[in-house]
Design a binder for this molecule. Structure first.
Ligand code: ADP
Ligand code: 5GP
Length: 211
């Protein structure tokens, strides 16, 4: 699918997207391409205590912080949500998300299921997407091919995968990432559907209602 959004009406209100799913399902890959295709789609850079992987850039992929700094941020209420995932802490800085939405921009959170539950509990309007692998064996193979994690880290992640996958019933949309280009299409279709909702285009409606 080649997505041509050149003539699309910019939404007046941004959408908060929550993208979740087990490690290695392809969330980072899907979000990265969607941001190249869909205008005005911001990404929330999380804080984490996990060490940076080769190629990751501080401030772009994550804010890499130590446990003390993370605890300070959490205690000061600077995090919209946070959780311990696969043995490290991860959290969403609140201010950039709130500011983006106030400016009418959309923003994607790539967070685990516990964090997604906190966003829901906070009563924040959002659209959630759960990314599924075709099967667990394929997921494990992808974690290995990514070659960013040690065997111990992969084993730790795999031990928690089933638990993460079991949560898939609580999300608005499911994307099965089997063939990658099909998954990109389906993921972007979900985002576009949310962004074209009538409630985000009042001026457009009024223009035509007035005739
Ligand atoms: P996540 O962000 O969910 O942990 P990634 O986006 O890092 O997952 O993807 C994990 C690995 O699988 C990466 O090496 C990525 O290039 C690869 N990958 C993602 N989707 C597919 C796919 N459909 N087919 C084959 N490899 C894929
Ligand atoms: P990774 O270490 O592979 O980048 O991420 C591991 C897991 O942490 C993924 O499921 C990812 O979605 C999740 N994660 C990343 N940032 C956050 C965050 O800010 N909050 C929460 N709750 N989970 C996060």
């Amino acid at each position: 699918m080649s997505l041509d959004l050149s003539s699309w009406p910019r939404p007046e209100r941004g959408v908060l997207f929550v993208v979740t799913g087990a490690s290695g399902t392809g969330k980072t890959t899907l979000v990265r391409q969607a941001r190249e295709v869909i205008p005005d789609l911001g990404f929330s850079v999380s804080a984490t205590t996990r060490p940076a992987r080769a190629g990751e850039v501080d401030g772009r992929d994550y804010h890499f912080v130590d446990r003390e700094r993370f605890a300070e941020m959490a205690a000061a209420g600077e995090l919209l949500e946070w959780a311990e995932v696969y043995g490290n802490h991860y959290g969403t800085p609140r201010a950039p998300v709130v500011e983006a939405l106030e400016r009418g921009e959309s923003i994607v959170l790539d967070i685990d299921t516990q964090g997604a539950e906190q966003v829901r509990a906070a009563g924040l309007a959002h659209v959630s997407v759960f990314v599924l692998p075709p099967d667990v064996a394929t997921l494990e193979a992808r974690l290995r091919t990514r070659s960013t994690d040690s065997e111990a880290v992969i084993a730790r992640r795999m031990s928690e995968v089933r638990l993460q996958l079991q949560a898939c019933g609580s999300f608005d949309h499911l994307v099965v990432n089997d063939e990658l280009s099909a998954a990109h299409d389906q993921f972007q279709a979900v985002l576009v559907a949310a962004l074209t909702q009538r409630s985000r285009h009042n001026a457009l409606v009024q223009r035509f209602e007035k005739g």
